[in-house]
Design a protein around this ligand. Sequence first.
Ligand code: ADP
Length: 426
Amino acid sequence: MPTQTTMSDWKLQTQQLRRILEISQALTSTLDLELLLQQILAAATELTETEAASIMLYDERARDLRFVAATGRNSQELARYRVPLDGSIAGTIFKSRQPLLIENAAADPRHYDQVDQKIDFQTRSILGAPLLIKERAIGVVEVVNKVNNASFSEQDTQVLSMLAAHAAVAIENAQLVNALQKAYQKLNELDKLKSDFIAIASHELRTPLGLILGYASMLKEEAGDQSDEKLDRVLHSAMRLRGLIEDMVNLRHIESGASELELSRLDMGALVKTVCMDCEGLAAAKNQTITQAFPPTPVFAMADEGKVALALTNVLTNAIKFTPNNGHIHVALQSREHEVWISVADNGPGIPEKDLERIFDRFYQVEPHMTRKHGGMGLGLSIARGMVELHGGRMWAESQVGQGSRFTFVLPINGPPQAAHGKEAM
Ligand code: ADP
């Protein structure tokens, strides 16, 4: 049976444990670093009944400790100071990874009193604990001056160490989230830079290219039968360039959400046939065959003809481009519940599993751009998927390396979900 004093100690301990648990829950649910540090300070002074508290974090570059938060009116100023690892109490705690209690700070040579002088504060006693993540110290939390001039107890050391353990995990989490947010922000900025570049480049290239195409066509017309092969090459290359610029413009439209759908009730079989016919010349040049399969009855969908045709053209020309000579390409149209499924399968080189999703990213190409044999900028599939998604559809790729690839896209027969309102179901 515990004695009277140990009984009240025990009660106090239980109360403090409960409080630490509550605080720990609050800490782990806070990802805002500033707020979190303030919560830790408040908890530290509350649990140890002290006048002030501060948190220092290790700065890897400067290899010293930096005040990141402190209680009291001088906290802003304190945040500017650094504490060396050698010759300071915080440094000793950090390096030893053990808590430390100094009853008479003024008499301890390790007390870094420069900070006291600068912020006009009188430190009498200090209790500090390391902020540990497993065995690694990331900083130190210190509480200063017990209220009513009381002395620190062993219980205070335990409580502060426990709080520091929870605080360290919460700080690390918040820092990770911060770093992630920063990386994400940077990515967004890069993305914007890329989009701006595409916008400017496509705009600036269009005008001179229009002139080249115009004059080259005029010269060809004037030359009539005398037209020479070199002029054809100029025209052909200029048309290719126009295709690339169109890709850039299309992509920009999808990104900015400016692409609007011109919906009409489309005969999907007819659309597939037209696109296949348009691509026949390309396939024939490589001695490839394109076969087609259609359901027994016509399939209609509310869709934008130009955009669906563009999506299918991009996928089909890829199949032709990447499949070697004499290859085979199969285009199939299916009607499934309220959806139309269009797939393009080839017996080309296939795509590694790890790239199956990434090929839909802008500018992503499986082979490095500089060494690859095929032309293109890596925009075709992202445009195709963009066009399909504008319709509320989805698009993906399946493949077996060495066997071939299959690209499938699905469109809702009633058009994009929001556009379906007020429109008659088909
Ligand atoms: P591009 O064709 O201009 O490179 P895309 O966005 O159309 O850009 O395609 C991205 C990448 O996906 C291609 O560079 C290629 O590596 C891969 N790819 C696309 N279609 C096929 C296919 N049918 N077979 C093999 N690889 C393909």
